[in-house]
Structures are given as structure tokens and as C-alpha cells.
Design a protein around this ligand. Structure first.
Ligand code: TRP
Length: 330
């Protein structure tokens, strides 16, 4: 069975963009592969953040993952910093990572540009990401297109380590598993859906709030009046329909949009019904998990123990091949 690894930053409560773009797919993958999914708190601290809320955001993210259907019996779900081997392998891989490749990463350039003082951790972010995956010898990495450059670098790091140190043990070169879901924009229809932009629908939102948020949400900007035909291909609401509505409804929506048979509000009402039907069980599971906060931390502790058992084995191989003296060596 192929091993899968992916990570998500502890941004707090999941929104429908995270769900349709990543988590829904993870839930499917746990039935097909040997999966590890991590809340990557060590990545989150590479940019300005509030230490007072990080642990709660980590819990909230974990609640969202379990409520969405990740199952601790099927997948290893854990918090990255609970497995210190991530940081250790990150350091060891730093020694085979070319600085020029790190400086060339577009995400680094974007983020660095917005900062007065650039921490080295931001530059090394993709090396930690490589450590995340290689630690478990995972071969499949479900990610969005924005991560492809990091994946290519990860493969390069694996190749370099292998050519320098391999001797019976090699890191496999991981492959990206690109999600086919179209990227959901924020309710403004402009930027990507993101908590910091306040343009999201949260996964645990009440039916009333879902409708309140959908009502004013951006649609095809060229559709000014009720009688104008619309173009679903450029409508973010149509993209969200594709995530929540059954195929027949999606066809009907597209037809009624193009012919102006429905107005945007008609279309949104159908979407709201389907979203509410899909999200209600998720919200209820989240409420049940929250009512017993120990369950989530217990699940995470169990996940970390399983992850750590694999991580320790890999680190034993890596340390020895890199020539580090073992504590137990005579
Ligand atoms: N950088 C990824 C993102 O922002 C999150 C991440 C961290 C990740 N480590 C990973 C994704 C390992 C895949 C594999 O989305």
C-alpha cells in the first residue's frame, strides 16, 4: 500500500475552501492508502503569529479534521511538533539542500517581500516540508498546485541525500497527488478563500449563517440584472455548487444560469440547501468532540505515538548513514 502524507497549517476552524480543496480528498484517501495527516504547527511559526492562540488553533484544526471524517483507526492524525523527529530531520536535510534552490522558491519570495526582517525559518520552510514527508518514506503527497515547487525541491533533496549517503536505505522520491477540485475563491469572488481575509464560510457555520453569507456573495460580475444570462464558468458560486451539489443539480444550475431561467438568488438557495445538508453532520460531530475536549487531545496523542514509531526507525537509519555516533554504540 502506498504511503500518503499531507499537512495543513493550524489556522483554526476549517472553511469550505480547505474542505473542498484538501480535507474531503484526505477522507477519501484514508480508505485507499496508508495515510498520515499532520497539523503543521512548526510551519505556522515561520511567519508572524500569536503564540497565545496557537494551541487553540491547533486543537480547532484537529477538531475540524476529525469532524470532517478523518478516522484515527484508518489514518494517523497528529500534531507535527509532537514528533520531534520532524525538526531533527529538517536539520539534517538542511545540510544537503542548496541555498540557491531555497531562494528561488516563489512562496518564499512572496512571503519575504511582505516582511521587514526575514527569518531563516521562512527560507527553510520547504526543507521542513521535505522532512515531514521523507520521515515516513511517503510516496504520495496530496497538495494544491501552489505546492508543486516545494514538491520538486523535496525530490531534489531526497536525490541529493541518496547520492551522498544511501547504503541499503534510500528515501523514495515523493509524487504530488494533485487535487482535481477547482479552487474556491472567497465570497468576494476576488482573492482565494482565507480566514485572514474574512471571506470564508466556516465548516461549522449554522444554517442561518450559511444563508446570510451566501446571499450577498459575488457571482458572475457581468450578470447585472435578473434578466441577464450568466456564465457559470466564471462564477464562484457555481464552483461551490460543484463541491456540494449532485451532478444533475449542477447541470440544471448551469442551464438555468445561461438561460437566465434562475436568478442568482434562486441558484444560491439550492446551494444553501445542499451545503447545509452536507455540513450539518460535520457541525454536529464537531460539537460532540468539543463537548469532550479530552477526546481530541487523546486522539492526537495516539496519532503522535504511531507517527513517532515510524519516525524513530527512519531516523535510526539516517543518523547511522550520516555518520553520527549512536548513544548505544560501544
Ligand atoms: N506547505 C503546505 C501548505 O501550506 C503544508 C504542509 C506542510 C505540507 N508540510 C507538508 C503539505 C507536507 C504536504 C506535505 O499547504
Amino acid at each position: 500500500m502506498a504511503r500518503v502524507f499531507s499537512g495543513i497549517q493550524p489556522s483554526g476552524e476549517l472553511h469550505i475552501g480547505n474542505y473542498l480543496g484538501a480535507v474531503e480528498n484526505w477522507v477519501r484517501l484514508q480508505h485507499q492508502h496508508d495515510c498520515l495527516f499532520s497539523v503543521v504547527d512548526l510551519h505556522a511559526i515561520t511567519q508572524a503569529y500569536d503564540p497565545a492562540t496557537l494551541s487553540q488553533r491547533t486543537i480547532d484544526m484537529a477538531v475540524g479534521l476529525f469532524a470532517s471524517g478523518l478516522d484515527s483507526e484508518r489514518a494517523i492524525v497528529f500534531v507535527q511538533s509532537h514528533v520531534p523527529e520532524h525538526a531533527e530531520l529538517n536539520w539534517l536535510l538542511n545540510t544537503v539542500t542548496p541555498l540557491g534552490e531555497l531562494e528561488r522558491q516563489t512562496q518564499f519570495k512572496d512571503k519575504a517581500q511582505r516582511q521587514e526582517s526575514v527569518p531563516a525559518g521562512l527560507l527553510n520552510y520547504p526543507v521542513l516540508q521535505a522532512a515531514d514527508v521523507l520521515l515516513y518514506e511517503a510516496t504520495l503527497v496530496p497538495v494544491g498546485e501552489d505546492q508543486l515547487q516545494h514538491l520538486e525541491l523535496m525530490r531534489e533533496i531526497a536525490r541529493r541525500w541518496n547520492s551522498r549517503f544511501a547504503d541499503g536505505f534510500t528515501f523514495p522520491e515523493p509524487q504530488a497527488l494533485l487535487s482535481t477540485a477547482k479552487r474556491v475563491l472567497g465570497l468576494d469572488g476576488q482573492a482565494k478563500m482565507s480566514k485572514s481575509l474574512g471571506n470564508t464560510i466556516g465548516l461549522f457555520e449554522s444554517p442561518e449563517t450559511i444563508w446570510e453569507k451566501l446571499k450577498p456573495a459575488a457571482t458572475d460580475p457581468a450578470r447585472v440584472t435578473r434578466k441577464d444570462p450568466g456564465n457559470p464558468d466564471v462564477c464562484n458560486i457555481f464552483t461551490i455548487h460543484q463541491g456540494f451539489s449532485p451532478p444533475d443539480t449542477i447541470k440544471l444550475v448551469a442551464h438555468n444560469c445561461r438561460t437566465a431561467g434562475w436568478g442568482c438568488l434562486d441558484c444560491k438557495r439550492v446551494l444553501a440547501d445542499n451545503m447545509i445538508a452536507a455540513l450539518t453532520p460535520i457541525r454536529e460531530r464537531a460539537e460532540a468532540l468539543r463537548a469532550k475536549p479530552r477526546t481530541v487531545t487523546d486522539l492526537l496523542r495516539g496519532g503522535a505515538a504511531k507517527a513517532r514509531a515510524i519516525a524513530r526507525r527512519t531516523m535510526g537509519q539516517v543518523r547511522r548513514r550520516m555518520g553520527l555516533l549512536g548513544e548505544a554504540d560501544g
